[in-house]
Design a protein around this ligand. Structure first.
Ligand code: SF4
Length: 185
């Protein structure tokens, strides 16, 4: 697997920074399920790619731990001020679009069995089909949230060059493509 190529693609497709990190750098905590259940973002139970529909958090953390490394990348967007909730929502959608562009461009270089997780849920449809209890309309574009898999992004970034906070009136989003042990790419 060509890690430099994956980083290059992430940067070309819109990430501000990207790095391949080892599985031991990925910090997890099952306390994130309670954070999601508190439903500050409003997605709990309203998106197929968010809890509780993503499954048991301890099982999902075990899946994360089975990957030896991951491509961590971030996008950074300007906000009008720190209360710019609308700007944050728009930025989350932009980040999700960048994530899908990165996956599309990186696919030829990714091994089978990779797992792509993004900040805060799917954001593919304006309103997830889950809200009407209908099946996902586009499983090939559905991306689960990092939080639902118990990934502690803040503490994971501490051992990397990717800063969690990037200045006043900005919002930073992260995604990670978990990479299985497979050197045949
Ligand atoms: S693709 Fe649409 S329906 Fe499927 S999980 Fe994402 S937002 Fe929901």
């Amino acid at each position: 697997m060509n890690f430099d190529k994956l980083v290059e693609i992430a940067l070309l497709e819109g990430a501000k920074k990207a790095a391949v990190i080892s599985g031991s750098q990925i910090v997890t905590s099952n306390s994130f399920r309670k954070v999601c259940a508190d439903n500050v973002c409003g997605n709990y139970g309203r998106c197929w790619m968010c809890p509780p529909d993503t499954g048991d958090i301890d099982e999902l953390i075990n899946i994360v731990k089975s990957f030896p490394r991951g491509l961590l990348y971030q996008t950074i967007y300007e906000l009008e001020d720190s209360f710019d909730i609308e700007g944050m929502g728009e930025s989350a959608g932009l980040h999700a679009a960048v994530s899908r562009k990165i996956e599309k461009a990186a696919k030829p270089f990714l091994p089978k069995g990779y797992l792509h997780l993004i900040n805060g849920g799917c954001h593919y449809c304006e309103t997830c089909a889950k809200t009407e209890d209908k099946p996902c309309v586009s499983p090939e574009n559905a991306l689960p949230s990092l939080e639902s898999y118990g990934i502690d992004v803040y503490n994971t970034t501490k051992s990397t060059d990717l800063k969690y906070i990037n200045g006043q009136n900005t919002v930073t989003f992260f995604s990670m493509i978990l990479l299985p042990e497979d050197g045949n790419v």
